[in-house]
Design a binder for this molecule. Structure first.
Ligand code: PMP
Length: 366
């Protein structure tokens, strides 16, 4: 860590002369969808091996000029994060456990041989984009402003080695309710047996673009089979549950025990960590351990496993109705959402939207 680095950055701010009109913005906020529209500004901080973090800026949202030899375009040296800003009833804007995202991005960066953005800078960057684009945080139920911090290797150099020039950015995109219907719709999950997401010693625990690129054919296979998401197993034995393409998995036993895969090749979800904490607060037993597909199959068949859900920032908590593979199924397509699944979802969203006491101190005002 650079001891000379100041604890806060002085951002240079320039407003967007082509910012969308209020009318355009209101139209977008009335039906934002997900990841389709972007706010008027973005944050940009430079890093160089010789100068560390410098030139923090808030500038108009727009294209990034890249040298065709920029390392990210060839070797994929990139990491990102995903989180949300929530508007509370009094109009204030909050985010959820941002230091956890900052720390995860630092772990991702270490794995990808990239510089670690200090937590204070990460949090400052969120505050800066909200300062510029607060009007873009929607206020309808279950809406939010999705925040996407990311950084990539910008150095123009075709040798394979860690880049000495990296840029960090934050962009923001208004997000409507994940389920268009308003309610919570249980999902169908396709079991991928042809593809793995990550291998031992690989990059599975890092939030890096390549993991998502490699999941796309498996995700396409899921769609082809009428499913919404893909479930990956461990790459060595093909026996143990890992996670979905973009969410973690939790199983619920009849006795109230929650079980979730422990693996060094999955992304440590902040939603999962929080949901499991809430369950523990209620007195549930939580087990983080290896869990096989066979355990799920047998447990569901015998009635010992009564609920299963996926969790992540975008969809919060989503019941899993069905797991489908080429030769068997677990559950059924029309299975209703589990009771515990729904009540944990409600408790977490109540905290995030300021409708319930934040006893763990998870919320940070932006
Ligand atoms: N696994 C993967 C592969 C993901 O992309 C995500 C979404 N970031 C998650 C799990 C859930 O993480 P979080 O709860 O922090 O959003």
């Amino acid at each position: 860590k650079n001891l000379l680095a100041p604890t806060t950055l002085q951002f240079l701010r320039s407003t967007n002369p082509e910012a969308k009109s209020e009318m355009e913005r209101m139209e977008i906020l009335a039906d934002p969808g997900f990841g389709k529209h972007f706010t008027d500004h973005m944050v940009d901080i430079c890093w160089s091996a010789r100068g560390s973090w410098h030139r923090p800026r808030v500038q108009p949202y727009g294209p990034i000029a890249l040298d065709p030899a920029a390392a990210v375009l060839h070797y994929g040296q990139e990491v990102f994060e995903g989180m949300k800003a929530y508007r509370h009833a009094d109009g204030s804007i909050w985010t959820f456990r941002p230091e956890k995202n900052a720390e995860r991005m630092q772990r991702s960066a270490r794995r990808m041989a990239m510089p670690e953005l200090p937590t204070e800078y990460f949090i400052d960057s969120l505050k800066e984009i909200i300062k510029a684009d607060h009007a873009w945080v929607p206020s309808e139920p279950d809406t939010s402003l999705y925040l996407r911090p990311f950084m990539f290797a910008k150095e123009a150099f075709l040798g394979v080695r860690p880049a000495e020039k990296v840029n960090y950015y934050v962009i923001a995109s208004p997000a409507g309710p994940y389920f268009a219907s308003g309610g919570v719709v249980p999902i169908k999950v396709w079991l991928s047996t042809n593809y793995s997401r990550a291998g031992k010693g690989g990059t599975g625990a890092a939030k890096t673009g390549g993991n998502y690129a490699s999941s796309l054919v498996a995700q396409a296979e899921a769609y082809d089979n009428g499913c919404d998401q893909v479930l990956f197993l461990d790459s060595e034995e093909g026996t143990y549950l890992e996670e979905l393409g973009g969410m973690n998995v939790v199983l619920v036993y009849k006795d109230g025990t929650l079980v979730t895969p422990e693996s060094d090749s999955i992304l440590e979800g902040i939603t999962r960590d929080s949901i499991l904490q809430l369950a523990e607060d209620r007195g549930h037993t939580v087990e983080r351990r290896r869990v096989s597909l066979e355990e799920w199959r047998e447990g569901a068949a015998s009635g010992d496993i009564v609920e299963a859900f996926a969790c992540g920032t975008a969809a919060v908590v989503t019941p899993i109705a069905l797991v489908k593979s080429a030769d068997f199924e677990i559950g059924s397509a029309d299975a209703p959402a589990g009771e515990l699944t729904l009540s944990l979802r409600e408790e977490l969203t109540d905290i995030q939207y300021g409708r319930r006491d934040d006893v763990h101190g998870w919320m940070m005002r932006l």
